[in-house]
Design a protein around this ligand. Structure first.
Ligand code: URA
Length: 263
């Protein structure tokens, strides 16, 4: 094939080469581009140069099978005997890509051992900055809602999220991300020992109950993770739909009645 450079005069060709050197392209590597996506996954020299189990070079090295993220999470969660070790195990978990894009790991807030444990979805921008769940506008609304029935994270509520890392641009968590973090959530609930769960929004319904449909589910006690569970609208959803605060108030009264032993 003819080279494009063949048609250039010496001075133009020289100027083009100087320009490339200035850009940092100082080595001639090949005449045609290499499609690296089309190359085999394994470096061929690995098989040739690494010794086999018998110590002889030449035998192919079997690729290490990738650990199943859900299995890995189950094993890590199971081995956590306290909330502190669970926090450390989750922070060390490397299978969830959300970790790479998040600033901070967000574990929980409030009082472990409280009768009520709230499960939100995932940290947003403020939570990602501070490393605490529900500290942005939705969190402030949540605090006001809880205060209306005598609850506060300073005294008698424990709060966590399905996911401890912020999804990029606050996108919805993907099913595989929820599935891999679920064993940690289950262990979190077992170690925090609440009497009841309040789950906020569809992602939490998905993780705790295995189904979505918050408009139908909200306000009715159901069973999940071996506990009574009350699904409620997420406070961020209430900020966008203030006319639904009436339903949220009814749900809070449901929660209060349960705490008072009336239901
Ligand atoms: N929304 C959530 O679900 N959790 C947070 O921590 C913040 C916003």
């Amino acid at each position: 094939m003819e080279s494009a450079l063949e048609h250039l005069d010496h001075y133009t060709a020289r100027a083009l080469l100087d320009w490339q050197v200035e850009l940092g392209a100082t080595d001639a590597i090949g005449d045609v581009p290499v499609d690296r996506y089309g190359l085999p996954d394994e470096a061929p020299w690995l098989a040739k140069s690494l010794p086999s189990a018998s110590g002889q070079p030449g035998a192919a090295v079997a690729p290490t099978p990738k650990a199943d993220p859900v299995e890995a999470a189950r094993a890590a969660a199971k081995s956590a005997a306290s909330l502190d070790t669970l926090r450390a195990a989750m922070e060390a978990y490397e299978h969830c890509d959300l970790k790479k894009g998040a600033r901070k790991f967000v574990f929980s807030d409030g009082q472990p051992g409280s009768r009520v444990m709230i499960v939100g979805e995932a940290p947003g921008r403020e939570e990602d900055r501070e490393g605490r769940p529900f500290v942005g506008r939705a969190g402030q609304l949540l605090d006001r809602m809880l205060a209306a029935i005598g609850l506060s994270r300073a005294e008698n509520v424990y709060i966590t999220n399905v996911l401890p890392w912020r999804p990029p641009q606050n996108r919805d968590p993907k099913p595989d991300e929820i599935a891999m973090m679920k064993p940690f959530l289950e262990r979190h609930v077992a170690l925090a020992k609440p009497e009841m769960l309040v789950i906020m929004g569809n992602i939490s319904c998905d993780a705790v109950l295995g189904r979505r449909g918050i408009t139908r589910l909200r306000g009715t006690w159901t069973q999940g993770l071996n506990l009574p569970v009350l699904p409620m609208f997420h406070p961020a959803y209430l900020l966008r739909n203030p006319h639904l605060k009436r339903e949220a108030w009814a749900d809070l009264l449901e929660l209060k009645a349960k705490l008072d032993g009336l239901t």
